[in-house]
Design a protein around this ligand. Structure first.
Ligand code: SF4
Length: 505
């Protein structure tokens, strides 16, 4: 049991910290393809550095290590309860070591279990097979991209694409729409796993299963292989680009399966995964629990460095800001400016925003920088250390953000994926900005944290607490300014026009 648990801890650690070669290759191609000097290229450069940093330090690639989902095949005679216990122990231990963020929240009480164990977490699917080894595959898919999963009941009307019928042309439209609707919120460039058919619940399972295929494989069903190739070409013409900044690379993979359906139903289920596509697997000796082989990677092959340059290439045109921020400094910023923030920032996401609607903040937020971030933190002695600290999807805070800005005097909000019209109006009225950090770049941003000064509202759990961090040169891009401009609204409009061009027939 001990060896089995250790092997599974190694699987979790490698999955969380070291992207598989097929994903590295796809991201390498994205880097080469994107037009240099653009915001999308800058984002891809940070992502590449982040991938290297995570592998070097065995730190989580992204702070959101998602819902650990295991697919396990066991030979007849192996006790699956025993394997399940080992998986649960490994998950708890990997969480203690800071390789997984505590992500399991009781849906009734809101309490975080702290160790990633709870009702139905982690997710484990067992199957028997006729091989001698145990096979365990693992995917870590975070909440930002999980929220961009989408299911279509065809026939249906799609924005900018018209009617999708019950045929492969209708499926094509659904998939293109799925890529478009994700914009930057699922940390594009992403990959989609798709299921045509089945029922609502199983369709999503089968769509997610497609993400266990390598990005460079070819679908054995000729019609689906053709559709996958077509989608790859067309989706990358829509122009969402890395982080939704606009650009040439929006999709790094499209994998489609078809399953039988009920006569009355025709679902197209899409599982959207982000660039931080963390999926690995191992074969284990059924007797000893030792790893006999890695899946998706060749241990003989050296891990190639992704980044072309060290860190974030500065141009000298960056705007240097020190928090707390003045209204004048903030009003002088324009969409497209790159800022380097030093000083103290406060994290706050879903639970903090809901709290601030009814309660005064535990700190003075006048002039403050509020960071939408749920970090991975480890207690060391009497203090805390940051293990991963990238931005979370900001759109979830749209119902609260305007009130928080206006009521408490927040001057800058850092997040990813942008926010809506209500927040944009509040930025203009109060003199505040929205800064887009690079989603998933959790190691890159963790290195800007000089000190964890304090923590408030820790009862909400580590990801949801309000962390007071002292940062040095935290790089982000102004994507919504105090003059009513929003890069996100512009890109959405431009990409909608390109999507409409793909309507054909
Ligand atoms: S890269 Fe983005 S979408 Fe993916 S897990 Fe991280 S924050 Fe979520």
């Amino acid at each position: 049991m001990k060896q089995l648990t250790n092997s599974l801890i190694e699987l979790i650690t490698q999955t969380s910290t070291n992207l598989p070669p097929d994903v590295r290759a796809a991201m390498g191609l994205a880097l080469e393809t994107e037009t240099s000097g653009t915001q999308a290229a800058q984002a891809l450069g940070i992502i590449a550095s982040n991938i290297d940093m995570a592998q070097q330090d065995a730190g989580p690639i992204c702070q959101d290590t998602g819902m650990p989902t295991f697919i396990v095949h066991t030979p007849v005679g192996v006790n699956q309860l025993h394997v399940k216990r080992a998986i649960r122990e490994a998950v708890a231990e990997a969480t203690r070591r800071g390789k997984l963020r505590p992500n399991s929240v009781d849906s009734l009480t809101g309490k975080n279990s702290g160790d990633n164990l709870g009702d139905e977490t982690p997710v484990i699917h067992f199957e028997q097979w006729e091989e001698d080894d145990i096979e365990v595959k693992l995917i870590l898919k975070g909440g930002g991209c999980e929220n961009k999963n989408i299911q279509y009941s065809v026939p249906c009307e799609l924005e900018h694409l018209g009617r999708a019928d019950r045929n492969l042309e209708g499926v094509r439209k659904c998939i293109l729409h799925a890529v478009w609707q994700a914009q930057g919120q699922g940390c594009a460039p992403g990959a989609v796993g798709v299921c045509i058919g089945s029922d609502r619940a199983h369709g999503y399972v089968l769509a997610k299963n497609q993400l266990f295929r390598t990005l460079d494989d070819v679908n054995p069903v000729p019609e689906l292989a053709k559709l996958e190739a077509e989608i790859m070409e067309e989706a990358n013409r829509i122009g969402v680009g890395a982080m939704g900044f606009g650009g040439k690379v929006s999709l790094i993979g499209c994998k489609i399966a078809a399953a039988n359906r009920l006569p009355a139903c025709y679902f197209v289920s899409v599982a959207y995964d982000c660039w931080a596509f963390r999926r690995l697997g191992v074969r284990l000796d059924a007797g000893s629990g030792q790893i006999t082989r890695w899946l998706y990677r060749d241990p003989e092959r050296e891990v190639v460095r992704m980044a072309k340059t060290e860190g974030f290439p500065l141009t000298g045109r960056e705007v240097v800001l020190t928090a707390p921020l003045s209204e004048d400094a903030v009003r002088s910023l324009r969409v497209g400016d790159v800022v380097l923030i030093s000083g103290e920032v406060y994290t706050g996401r879903d639970a903090v925003h809901a709290y601030l609607m009814k309660n005064a903040p535990p700190v003075d937020l006048r002039g403050a920088v509020l960071y939408h971030c749920g970090p991975v933190m480890l207690k060391e002695g009497s203090g805390w250390v940051v293990k991963a600290a990238g931005p979370t999807t900001s759109s979830r805070e749209e119902p609260y953000q305007a009130t928080v800005i206006e009521r408490y005097g927040v001057r800058a909000v850092i997040g990813k994926g942008g926010m809506g019209q209500k927040t944009l109006a509040a930025l203009q009225k109060s003199g505040a900005v929205y800064l887009n950090a690079i989603g998933g770049a959790a190691q890159f941003y963790a290195r800007t944290v000089e000190k964890v000064v304090d923590v408030h509202l820790l009862d909400f759990g580590i990801p949801e607490a309000m962390w007071r961090l002292r940062v040095n040169k935290f790089a982000a891009i102004v994507t919504m300014d105090a003059h009513g401009n929003s890069l996100h609204a512009d890109v959405e409009q431009e990409t909608a026009a390109k999507l409409a061009e793909l309507q054909k027939v």
